[in-house]
Design a protein around this ligand. Structure first.
Ligand code: GLA
Length: 405
């Protein structure tokens, strides 16, 4: 397998910083999981309903052997279409033996043998979102299914919200459904003596639940409709996710959906923008391309450790918007130790110069600053506190700024 062209880690400005435990949002779930945004892989954007055990195992092996695991990608997640349409006589979900001959337990055992973790998908309604296939949902089976998932060795659960009966489509009923699964997962962890399962809420605003309801229920929650490898959609997702910055914190993350890096439909610049903005917004980094066919360019984007370090920064802040001038946006993300990550994001159709100041981005208003570009991996020492970046159409320039006295 190809070696991943990993760049040197962005340790430049972080020396000596310890996890000093900044306050978490008061209501975060607190199951001890997802201290930083989850990183890994999910098959949906790559192969949609055509998931198989062999694909999941090949992907896990690739992540293990390529350097992606070392870069931080730890979850290998199975999405919809893994189950048989009918539960067994005892009411249990059954993995499709044609797709998963070793079952979910066997697949989990393989993934765990590589020191990776396994994720699985379910639905809070009567059927999963791939309704035409008739895969069963967990409504009314929360405890049984949670226990089953824990016994199989599942480490991460993405619970979708399709095919909910009309009576369940209110805000309070939706919160109750996800709360039932949250509690079922907690109990299952106790019963099986396994670590709590990361809980990924996939309600997407479908039933009008305000995002502020989710930090006490899930470790992450979808904030938008589905991502596609399409600029208009990606841009709309970013716009919806930005204003939710204050909800994010340790164990509780806004989820603007999975990565499309490597998939046809986005230019390389747009793919870099997704990766940069996901890092700036402290979003989960779930690879959504077929890694066994990934190009060196794809692997270079996904393996950019200086950008990953922004996403995974231990202060646990989502970047907040500093300014938006007709589609020229500036975001600033405070980092542990006093650095700041600044994203200059150009939504417009032409190259533009985007400006900001030290004061606006939250570093001392005067002094000197070491500015490092996280895509060119070059740095400059400056003593001005007004800055500008030239950003291509649909591009993002991402800086790490270190106050240098
Ligand atoms: C929904 C979710 C997607 C994916 C599909 C599977 O659309 O938002 O991420 O899980 O269902 O059917």
């Amino acid at each position: 397998m190809r070696a991943l062209p990993l760049v040197a880690a962005g340790a430049l400005f972080t020396g000596g910083a310890l996890l000093s435990g900044p306050a978490d949002p008061a209501l975060a779930l607190g199951n001890g999981q997802a201290f930083t945004p989850p990183m890994g892989f999910n098959n949906w954007n790559a192969v949609h309903c055509n998931v198989t055990e062999s694909f999941i195992k090949q992907t896990a092996a690739f992540i293990h052997n390529s350097g992606l695991q070392t870069a931080g990608y730890g979850y290998v997640n199975i999405d919809d279409c893994w189950a048989l349409p009918n539960r067994d006589a005892a009411g249990n979900l059954v993995p499709d033996p044609a797709k998963f001959p070793d079952g979910i337990a066997g697949t989990a055992a393989f993934v765990h043998s590589l020191n990776l973790k396994l994720g699985l998908y379910n639905d809070s309604g009567t059927m999963t979102c791939s309704k035409s296939h008739g895969f069963p949902g967990s409504l009314g089976h929360e405890r049984q299914d949670a226990l089953q998932f824990a016994r199989w060795g599942v480490d991460y659960l993405k619970e979708d919200d399709c095919n909910v009966p009309a009576s369940g489509q209110t805000v309070s009923a939706t919160i109750a459904r996800y709360t039932a699964m949250r509690d079922a997962l907690a109990d299952a962890a106790h019963v099986t003596s396994r670590p709590p399962i990361v809980f990924s809420v996939c309600e997407k605003g479908d039933f009008g639940v305000p995002a502020s309801a989710w930090p006490s229920i899930g470790n992450l929650w979808r904030t938008t409709f589905d991502v596609h490898p399409n600029w208009t959609r990606l841009d709309a997702i970013i716009a919806k996710n930005i204003p939710l910055a204050s909800l994010a914190g340790h164990g509780a993350w806004n989820d603007p959906d999975m990565l499309e890096v490597g998939n046809a439909g986005l230019t390389v610049t747009e793919q870099q923008t997704q990766f940069s903005m996901w890092a700036e917004m402290a979003a989960p980094l779930l690879i959504g391309t077929d890694l066994t066919k990934a190009t060196p360019t794809t692997l270079t984007i996904l393996g950019n450790q200086e950008v990953i370090a922004i996403d995974q920064d231990a202060l646990g802040k989502q970047g907040r918007q500093v300014s938006d001038t007709s589609g020229l946006r500036v975001l600033a993300k405070s980092l542990l130790g006093g650095d700041v990550a600044i994203a200059f994001f150009n939504e417009t159709g032409s190259t533009a110069k985007i400006a900001t100041t030290a004061a606006a981005t939250g570093v001392p208003a005067s002094g000197s600053y070491l500015i490092r570009d996280l895509w060119t991996h070059t740095q400059t020492l400056v003593s001005t506190s007004s800055w500008a970046a030239t950003v291509p159409s649909h591009g993002t320039v991402l800086w790490r700024v270190h106050p240098a006295g």
